[in-house]
Design a protein around this ligand. Sequence first.
Ligand code: ADP
Ligand code: MG
Length: 360
Amino acid sequence: MSNKLIDLQNISKSFGGNLVLDELDLYIRENEFLTLLGPSGCGKTTTLRIIGGFETPDTGSVLFEGKDITNLAPDKREVNTVFQKYALFPHMTIAENIAFGLKIRKKSASYIKDKIRYALKLVNLDGYEKRMPDSLSGGQQQRIAIARAIVNEPKVLLLDEPLGALDLKLRQDMQYELIRLKNELGITFIYVTHDQEEALTMSDTIVVMNQGYIQQIGTPEQVYNEPENAFVADFIGDSNILPGIMIRDELVEILGARFDCVDKGFGENNPVDVVIRPEDIDLVSPGEGTIEGIVTDTIFKGVHYEMCVMSRGFEFIVHSTDYYPENIKVDLKVNPFDIQIMHKPESEDEKAVEIDERLP
Ligand SMILES: Nc1ncnc2c1ncn2[C@@H]1O[C@H](COP(=O)(O)OP(=O)(O)O)[C@@H](O)[C@H]1O
Ligand SMILES: [Mg+2]
C-alpha cells in the first residue's frame, strides 16, 4: 500500500506549440502540505489545473488513490480549488456564498446551517453569516473563499496564490491561519506560490519548478540548506554562487583559494558550482581567514548589516550583526559544512534533476 494520494505520471502539456510541462512526475502524500514554488510562467497553475481537472494533459496520467482520474470532470474529483481572486458572489450573503456548493448537492437545510457555522468558526469569522462580501476586508473575503471550499469536505485543497492580493501583514497572518487549518482539518494542501518565504513558512514539502521542469523536491530545510543546483540556490533566499573546482573529496578551490568542505563524490579536479549563504560567511582580521577582501558597501537591514565584499574580482554578499565600515580590509572564513557543492548544469536551459528527497 503506497501512501501516494495523488500521483502525476509523465505529464506533458503544451499551449499552441509552447511546451509548458515536460514529462513531469510528482506524487503528493495524504495530509501533506505541498507547495509548488517557482517564477511566473514556470507551469505551477497548469499543474494545479491538471490536478483539479480544469486542464487535460497531452500525455501522462493523474492517479487519485491509485485510480486513473485523468479524464474525470472537476466536480467528480475529491479536490476543491481556492483561486487568487476569491470570486465571492457579490449579491449573496456570506452564508449563501458558503452554502452554494452544498445546495447544488442538495444537502438538507439543517446540514447546511451546521456546516456554515463550523466553517466560519474554522476561519475565525463566527457571526458573519448575514454580512455581504463587500463589507469584508480582502483577508476576510479570502477566508470566506477558503470556508466555502472546506464545507465540501474535499480530501485535497488546491490553493493558487490565495494570498497574492493581500498586503504583507495580512499575508503573514493568513500563513499562520492556513497552517492551523491544515492541522485541524487533517486534509492535503497543494499550494502554489512564487513567494519563497510563503513556501518556507508553511510547507512540509516544496517542489521547486522552472520552465516546466521540477528542479528539486524536499523539505524547506533541504531546499534552503542543500539546494541541488544554482537555480534553486538563487531562487530560494540570497546566496553567493561561485564557480569552483572540486580538488578531491572535502576540498574545493574557489577564486584560487582552497576551502575545506564536507561534500564527497564530485570526482577530482571537476568544475562545480559552490553556494555560500550570506549569513554563513565570517569576516575576520586580515591573515586569519581563507581569502582576503575589501568591504565596498554596508547597509543596515534591521536585524543585521549587509556588506558587499570584493574578493579577487568576486563580489560576496555577507550578513552579520557586526558592523564593518566601507573600505576596511577583511578576510573571509566559512565553516566547511556551510559550503554547498552542486553539479554544474549541462546547459543554460537547465534540465530537471528530479531529485525527490522524501522517502517513497
Ligand atoms: N490556456 C492557456 N493558453 C495558452 N497559454 C497558456 C495557457 N495557460 C498557461 N499558458 C502559458 O503556459 C505557461 C505556464 O503558465 P502557468 O502554468 O500559468 O504558470 P505559473 O502559474 O507558474 O505562472 C505560461 O507561458 C502561460 O502563458
Ligand atoms: Mg500561476
